[in-house]
Design a protein around this ligand. Structure first.
Ligand code: SAM
Ligand code: DTB
Ligand code: SF4
Length: 347
């Protein structure tokens, strides 16, 4: 167990015992440590803001039990083909105008087809030209596909391991844990930043939440971005009746992620729609410093933008500027949008 003097060092040699001991700490002790680690690496008043767009919706052949987009479950979702580039850019411009610095494009595929690459790379170039960071999540990637996306300027690739290696087979049968790691290796090899996390609240035990975070924190390089999703229980999916996870257990997962991966952005991801403002505030204190912003995730609801802006103002939080933003195109538009978050009207 790290003591106060080495807390915050970036390590990839965490052990299961250490991770389980962190989860077992008294709540306030865990939060105190996590917040200290957070402050050693980040400005605790800044939160990175990303917006998601589903660029290809539904009819996915995989069987992920949590997912409304699997063709195996009747969730009433209307499938849509890959969007045209101009429609994607319209959404990206709107996200930038609303104050988002990263645009994440998601497709309900097992993996992309090579014939889709010209459109995908055109989307990446178009969004980059707006001065935004780019992220995609398209399923499994071959080494060649990862290179093509990196070549077009893709900054981040999102590919989650979802849960612990032990619990994983309960959730997905159509691709194995190792295949996820192979895609992540291809992404790294191509030089892109990795966005990789998981979902809690799927009926896993605390040992699985520890196993998920241990798997992430012992990767050769920590993912730069770690989304922690709270299961959205979508009617029609096999997990629709899952009992709610104790909110304090959710905050513990955020805090342990922060301690294990001190220099990574930990994202409070899916599930915010049903979280109270107080729970989100606790998660920010525990070390979450990134959110998805905008009324929709991929297919399910996210908090209204106005509610998020209000929350930022009430908590004295502000959107993080990307490092190279000062000279990036679109800076003036984004600065104007960011002002929306600071409007004093609330206090
Ligand atoms: N098809 C691609 C894939 O699975 O790699 C990309 C899109 S997929 C929807 C991206 C991630 O969203 C999943 O890995 C999962 O972690 C998360 N996700 C999907 N449905 C969710 C739900 N109902 N609740 C929480 N997270 C969810
Ligand atoms: C991630 O970890 N969460 C986001 C993003 N990466 C792609 C997706 C959440 C999806 C929630 C269910 C939906 O809206 O379809
Ligand atoms: Fe398909 Fe991704 Fe949903 Fe799994 S999580 S069913 S791969 S869209």
């Amino acid at each position: 167990m790290p003591n106060a003097s080495n807390a915050g060092a970036v390590r990839s040699d965490w052990t299961r015992d250490e991770v389980e001991a962190l989860f077992a700490l008294p709540f306030n002790e865990l939060l105190y440590r996590a917040h200290g680690v957070h402050r050693a690496h980040f400005d605790p008043t800044e939160v990175q803001v990303s917006t998601l767009l589903s660029i290809k919706t539904g009819a996915c052949p995989e069987d992920c039990k949590y997912c409304p987009q699997s063709t195996r479950y009747d969730t009433g979702l209307e499938p849509e083909k890959l969007l045209e580039v101009e429609r994607v850019l319209e959404s990206a411009r709107a996200a930038r105008a609303a104050g988002s610095s990263r645009f994440c494009m998601g497709a309900a595929w097992r993996s992309p087809k090579d014939r889709d690459l010209p459109l995908l790379t055109a989307m990446i170039r178009g969004v980059k030209d707006l001065g935004m960071e780019t992220c995609m999540t398209l399923g499994m990637l071959s080494a060649g596909q990862a290179e093509a996306l990196a070549e077009a300027g893709l900054d981040y690739y999102n590919h989650n391991i979802d849960t612990s290696p032990e619990f994983y087979p309960e959730i997905v049968s159509t691709r194995c844990f190792q295949q996820r790691l192979d895609t992540l290796a291809n992404v790294r090899e191509a030089g892109m930043k990795v966005c990789c996390g998981g979902i809690v609240g799927m009926g896993e035990g605390r040992e699985d939440r520890a196993g998920l975070l241990l798997a992430l924190a012992t990767m050769p390089g920590h993912p730069e971005s770690v989304p922690i999703n709270l299961l959205v229980r979508v009617p029609g999916t096999p997990l629709e009746e899952q009992p709610e996870l104790d909110p304090f257990e959710f905050v513990r997962a955020i805090a342990v992620a922060r301690i294990l991966m001190p220099a990574s952005h930990v994202r409070l991801s899916a599930g915010r729609e049903n979280m109270s403002d107080e729970l989100q505030a606790l998660a920010f204190f525990a070390g979450a410093n990134s959110i998805f912003y905008g009324e929709k995730l991929l297919t399910t609801a996210n908090p209204e933008s106005e509610r998020d802006m209000q929350l930022f103002r009430r908590l004295g939080l502000r959107p993080e500027e990307r490092a190279s933003a000062a000279s990036a195109p679109g800076q003036a538009a984004r600065a104007a949008a960011n002002a929306l978050f600071y409007d004093a009207a609330t206090a």
